[in-house]
Design a protein around this ligand. Structure first.
Ligand code: ZN
Length: 150
């Protein structure tokens, strides 16, 4: 499992930014499909999901179980698989919240978080659960400036 950086193609990041802005002031969410092997950790596409959280969707998210199920069935035996999830933080930074930490069900999953300020997507950052928290993985979107908006 290579995780010095996570490769996230610019078009996929743009798609996530658009979803984050469209969902504002609520959180958007979805799943990251990709590969995690000797060649590194890379996202190949993002699968959007409705945010089905029952509480305040400006501060929480829940990926629709049907979206996850259909995606897993479609991916079959790979090589691509679900390697993580993404969601937005409306008017909050791109750092995992306490609630996010409580929502870690897949310890190997990458979490991509997009900060949205006043309806505009800004910083994106990737994390992986580690020990008692998350540790950040540098983003490489192939466009020169990792983790910044296009
Ligand atoms: Zn969050």
């Amino acid at each position: 499992m290579g995780e010095a950086v996570i490769h996230l193609p610019a078009p996929v990041l743009s798609q996530i930014f658009e979803a984050a802005e469209a969902a504002y002031p609520e959180e958007c969410c979805g799943l990251l499909v990709g590969l995690d092997d000797e060649a590194g950790l890379r996202v190949t596409r993002a699968e959007a999901s409705p945010n089905v959280a029952e509480g305040d969707r400006r501060k929480s998210f829940l990926v629709d179980a049907k979206v996850q199920f259909d995606l897993m069935r479609g991916l079959g035996n790979g090589p691509e698989r679900i390697i993580g999830n993404y969601h937005s933080h409306p008017d909050h930074g791109a750092e995992p919240s306490e609630r996010d930490w409580q929502s870690v069900f897949y310890p190997e999953h990458v979490w991509l978080i997009v900060a949205v300020e006043n309806g505009r997507a800004g910083r994106a950052a990737a994390f992986r659960p580690h020990g008692g928290g998350f540790h950040e993985i540098p983003l490489d979107s192939g466009a020169g400036k990792p983790g910044s908006s296009p």
